[in-house]
Design a protein around this ligand. Structure first.
Ligand code: 1GP
Length: 233
């Protein structure tokens, strides 16, 4: 089993439904110094859009992971290093905790289990579309989040715990609580990271800082700053 994320500090998450900044290429994104590219988004996903990003990144020397939001868009491609599959622990609708996963297993006869890892998500920004979709209960204290993180690691054997504030910079106390509650699991943080300082702040607690919207909104120079921030933390 691959556990390359144990050595990562930074991920760029590319939303196949969004464009890059004018004049920038996927090669530029792959050369920001990030440790991995994760391809996935919440809305407007299609296999064609996924495939286009896979093809554009595949020739560059950076690990490439697909994070499908639904089984229908889980493209099967040898260029991928693997699949990171969200399971949302605080979803109101169990479809997002285990239901979509069951559907995937039902639809596919031969899933590549050695290339599949789940990410135990705790969704924290009630304004984010992922919170709406999953009907997440975001009204959680640092203690609640720490307990979710502990349960994820100790009871469900999760290798990755993902504190998700998509669209807004989160509460460092929440990330710190999750970090204190986990030993071996890699703690991912994503949401609103936009410069050196925000990446550094979250990277002090999280093992891996995930940067999403910034690559589409500001571009690779801004992403490079966050790589430095996460790596210096
Ligand atoms: C989204 O956690 C990632 O799944 C990153 O969030 O788009 O706010 O950077 P942002």
């Amino acid at each position: 089993m691959t556990t390359r994320w144990a050595e990562w500090d930074h991920i760029v998450k590319i939303d196949p439904d969004k464009t890059l900044v004018e004049g920038e290429t996927f090669e530029d994104v792959c050369e920001t110094g990030t440790d991995a590219i994760e391809i996935g988004g919440t809305t407007g996903m299609t296999t064609d859009k996924m495939q286009r990003v896979i093809d554009a990144c595949a020739t560059h020397d950076v690990p490439l992971y697909l994070e499908p939001s639904a089984p229908e868009v889980a493209v099967n491609d040898e260029a991928l290093d693997g699949y990171l599959i969200p399971t949302v622990l605080n979803a109101g609708d169990p479809f997002w905790t285990v239901g979509a996963h069951k559907e995937w297993a039902r639809m596919e006869d031969d899933l590549p289990w050695d290339r599949i890892t789940t990410e135990a998500y705790v969704v924290m920004n009630p304004e984010a579309s992922v919170a709406t979709y999953t009907e997440a209960d975001c009204d959680l204290s640092p203690d609640d989040v720490a307990a979710y993180a502990e349960v994820a690691e100790e009871m469900f054997g999760q290798e990755i715990v993902y504190i998700e504030y998509s669209g807004t910079l989160g509460d460092p106390a929440v990330v710190e609580a999750a970090a204190d509650a986990t030993d071996d699991a890699a703690l991912f943080y994503g949401g609103g990271v936009h410069d050196y300082d925000s990446a550094h702040q979250m990277g002090e607690h999280a093992d891996v800082v995930v940067v999403g919207d910034l690559v589409h909104a500001e571009g690779v120079d801004a992403v490079e700053e966050t790589v430095r921030g996460a790596k210096d933390a």
